[in-house]
Design a protein around this ligand. Structure first.
Ligand code: SAM
Length: 520
């Protein structure tokens, strides 16, 4: 569907973006962050409307629509090539609950209605002030009361030493001929040239010099969209909070989940700063400096309904199910989440690990479990949340049983969307996300694993290794070991055999658990 003539307002449209799935965009992820920050979220399992602004090629959009058949999804993008690609995925995946619109943000259909969730990823930093005003107008007018909005952006101070990289790339690219891909290629070659010859900027900013190596590994289409737009800004948290505040929205929290726990984000010597203020707007600013944050995923709410106590969640928001993230987690469990290494340990976590290692449980079921009697509900809730933040527990939209220890049967893929994605994306050189209705989110497989799953589904276990190998050869995709392509046929066969075995023993039972794969 296309609305009246759309304007990209300085955003590049001559090169399509790259497909990517971002689990932070799942309605359940937004609702969970709201709940742990004592804001009553909208229902995230069914009966909601979800709007994605600037949905690109729509891999998050369509995967989430497939994973949440009880929600209605609308995606908007100014680039008709993007929307045409999404339309193909909607048709192939038989997604009756998703619709993509070619439009700029100013031209949304007047009757588009209101949404419980609005999300924009990779957009806010890359558009003009006018387009940001259009986005804020949509936030003001189209977010339902109690609704949640997710916005990601390049943030300060993490971008401070890298800003000139964008400046150099764009200025050089403007002097070059060709499409945006050619221009960014030329600009990158120039960047490497001056870096390798020790231009003083790079010698004075060694992290910027190292950053260039990271750029060389990125998809060139990503680089074109990241660096060649006319507008590009990195914001302080307070600037974005001010803009959304002006649109009538309040800051709720952020993703990943650990960013809501300042003690997981900053070193102990800074923690006194945080103890002396309870103003979240102030702590976020401190945190970004202590952690040198370069990218933020922030959640805002319209007319948020606040809970007086974390225990109110048991009454007001009990639709999510918690479970152990993967087999084999033991305590103490230490994780470095970027700046500090934090450790989970102690009897409460031991009991939670045992309890949630079985079938998943709602928060009310966890608190009521006989194993946890005597522990105050607020302590149990905080421990579950900290466990999610540290990656030992995960969320689901509906009950999950533990993964089977082995899966010997034939493989069936109940979702038409997942079947279509496997056909189009396996061995495409990038990760493949499959939709799970049980979690309301997507789950990412490496592209070789996706090819193994596809072959298992198409032809069963007989001759699996040979079939995967001939697909590899047919697509020209090499298999790598220690970063180098393996050319020896025998070595390649051994690696593919090992990959098939590992997929069947480790990944397949998890996919069964998530309902992505069922037995035939
Ligand atoms: C960097 S991409 C991000 C795509 C997607 N959200 C993702 O993360 O994969 C930004 C997207 O915003 C779209 N966009 C930029 N300005 C727009 C505008 N004024 N109206 C509608 N879409 C716009 C672009 O076409 C592009 O697809």
């Amino acid at each position: 569907m296309t609305t009246k003539a759309a304007s990209a307002a300085g955003y590049i449209t001559d090169v399509a973006y790259i497909p990517g799935f971002y689990p932070h965009m799942a309605p359940a992820a937004l609702s969970y962050v709201a709940a742990l920050n004592r804001v009553v979220p909208p229902a995230a399992v069914s009966g909601f409307r979800y709007l994605e602004l600037g949905c690109g090629l729509g891999r998050s959009f369509t995967t989430l629509a497939a994973a949440n058949p009880g929600g209605e999804f609308i995606g908007v993008d100014v680039n008709p090539e993007h929307v045409a690609s999404i339309d193909r995925d909607i048709a192939a995946g038989k997604l009756a609950n998703a619709r993509a619109i070619t439009s700029d943000f100013a031209g949304l259909p007047a009757d588009i209605g209101r949404f419980e969730f609005i999300a924009l990823h990779g957009v806010f930093s890359w558009v003009s002030d006018d387009v940001r005003r259009d986005i804020l107008a949509i936030a003001r007018q189209r977010l339902a009361p109690g609704g949640l909005l997710l916005v990601s952006y390049n943030s300060m101070p993490g971008w401070a030493h890298l800003q000139p990289i964008r400046g150099i790339l764009r200025q050089y690219a403007q002097l070059r001929q060709g499409d945006s891909v050619q221009k960014i290629r030329d600009a990158l070659a120039y960047l490497v040239f001056i870096r390798d010859r020790h231009a003083r900027y790079f010698d004075d900013n060694p992290k910027a010099a190292a950053y260039v190596d990271g750029l060389l590994k990125q998809d060139i289409r990503y680089l074109a969209h990241e660096y060649l737009n006319e507008h590009w800004t990195s914001f302080y948290f307070s600037e974005v909070a001010g803009m959304f505040g002006g649109a009538g929205l309040s800051f709720v929290g952020s993703l990943p989940v650990f960013t809501n726990f300042w003690d997981l984000c900053v070193r102990p010597e800074f923690q006194e700063l945080f103890r002396t203020t309870s103003d979240r707007l102030v702590t976020e600013a401190h945190k970004d400096f202590c952690a040198n944050t370069a990218f933020r995923w922030d959640i805002y709410a319209k007319e948020p309904r606040l809970m007086a106590s974390p225990v109110d969640r048991l009454e007001l928001v009990d639709d999510l199910h918690f479970h152990v993230a993967r087999p084999g987690i033991t305590l103490p469990h230490a994780v470095n989440l970027g700046v500090v290494t934090s450790t989970i340990q102690g009897p409460l976590y031991e009991r939670l690990l045992a309890l949630l290692g079985g079938p998943s449980r709602r928060l009310s079921e966890v608190v009521a479990a006989p194993e946890l009697q005597g522990t105050p509900a607020a302590d149990v809730i905080r421990a579950v949340d900290a466990g999610v933040a540290m990656g030992i527990f995960e969320l689901a939209n509906s009950p999950l049983e533990p993964a089977p220890s082995a899966f010997a049967g034939g493989v069936s893929l109940p979702s038409a969307f997942n079947r279509a994605i496997l056909v189009s994306d396996a061995l495409g050189g990038r990760p493949v996300a499959l939709a799970s209705e049980k979690t309301g989110s997507g789950h990412t497989l490496g592209d070789l694993d996706a090819a193994v799953l596809h072959e298992l589904f198409e032809g069963g276990r007989g001759g699996l290794v040979e079939r995967v190998e001939s697909r590899l050869v047919a697509t020209g995709r090499s298999i790598q070991q220690e970063g180098k392509p393996v050319v020896d046929a025998e070595a390649r066969r051994q690696l593919i055999t090992a990959a098939c075995d590992a997929f069947i023993t480790s990944s397949l039972p998890q996919l069964v658990r998530l309902g992505i794969v069922t037995a035939t």
